[in-house]
Design a protein around this ligand. Structure first.
Ligand code: UDP
Ligand code: MG
Length: 319
């Protein structure tokens, strides 16, 4: 057995998690202790909380934890930037501080923290990315369950290979973090990115628990935003579908035009076909608006990226 003991950084995005932070820190520090006792990780391994602009006592608690134990580190955003930005900031933060691998986990510890040991084992035996896969979605509402499954199926159909039931619970190596730095896009969709880079990836199944305390910080609008960003940043297939659809529509219109002229000249029965006219009008009108919407989403994506605003703004950092 080699003597290599990687420094593991655990990244924890938090948004108004005052009810969870303390016990989460305690449990994760315990995991670090267990793994370092087993000589699987360095005793310099640490936790890195990213406070995504909480308005409650979350940051205060993180500061107290840091003062009591320097292995608890943290970063505070100036305002809420969303879970993906908090994760990216976490990965960038631990890369700067220094680590050999980083695991991201939710502040409510819905993911089974004991799977981290398996993550580390797979990393030690050569994987650059270890993706956590949920065993079931029993803790999710029916709506979230079905919409999530539909989203992952759609993403795969569109060409972005994301495993079903993957979440942001994963281990990434320093190498993967270095590669992430080479992707300048501001709205990086992590689930797509890490499955796309081509690094050696392993999968680990884990159980999902109910939320420890507090309420879910994700609502329908946020989930929709995440899904649309995932699609528009990882696939241009919808645009291609729109062009193909446009081509088919043009062809069909041409045939209908021919038929109309034929009726007018040879059959002299043009007043007929009122229903057909209305139907076609609605049909094509609908498709056109829909296509405009799809194109609009991509224009929006380009617009956001072109502005190149910072991904997030730091307020304080505890290293
Ligand atoms: N989160 C965040 N910023 C947000 C929303 C959520 O950093 O704007 C964090 C949240 O604190 C938690 C993780 O993202 O650690 C997952 O959120 P949550 O558990 O509320 O989502 P769910 O499990 O219901 O999908
Ligand atoms: Mg949760």
């Amino acid at each position: 057995m080699s003597e290599f003991k990687p420094i593991l950084a655990i990244v924890i995005p938090c948004f108004n998690e005052e009810l969870c932070v303390n016990s989460t820190a305690e449990k994760l520090l315990e995991i670090l202790r267990i793994l370092s006792d087993k000589n699987k990780i360095s005793e310099k391994s640490y936790l890195y909380f990213v406070d995504d602009g909480s308005t409650d006592k979350t940051w205060q608690i993180i500061e107290e934890l840091h003062n009591a134990n320097p292995l608890v580190k943290g970063l505070k955003f100036i305002r809420n930037f969303g879970n993906q930005k908090a994760l990216i900031a976490g990965y960038e933060g631990v890369r700067d501080i220094g680590c050999d691998c980083a695991v991201s986990i939710d502040a409510d510890l819905q993911q089974d923290e004991f799977a981290i040991e398996t993550f580390v084992d797979k990393f030690t035996s050569g994987a650059d990315i270890v993706s956590g896969i949920r065993n079931s979605r029993d803790t999710d509402t029916f709506f979230k369950k079905t919409s999530a499954v539909m989203f992952y199926k759609l993403m795969n159909m569109l060409g972005a290979k994301i495993p079903l039931n993957h979440s942001d619970y994963r281990l990434v190596s320093k190498r993967a973090l270095d590669i992430m730095e080479m992707y300048p896009e501001k709205y990086l969709f992590l689930r797509g990115f890490f499955n796309d880079v081509g690094l050696k990836t392993e999968y680990v199944n884990f159980d999902v628990k109910p939320r420890m305390a507090g309420e879910s910080k994700f609502n329908f609008v946020k989930l929709m935003g995440l899904a649309l960003n995932g699609i528009t940043s990882f696939s241009v297939v919808p645009l291609r579908i729109v062009s193909i659809l446009g081509f088919i529509m043009a062809f069909v219109s041409f045939l209908i035009g021919l038929e109309t002229i034929f009726e007018k000249i040879f059959l002299h029965n043009t007043p007929n076909g009122w229903a057909t006219t209305i139907l076609l009008l609605c049909f094509f009108g609908g498709i056109q608006i829909c296509c405009l919407g799809v194109i609009g989403e991509y224009v929006g994506q380009v617009y956001r990226e072109v502005k190149a605003r910072p991904r997030y703004i730091k307020e304080t950092e505890l290293k």
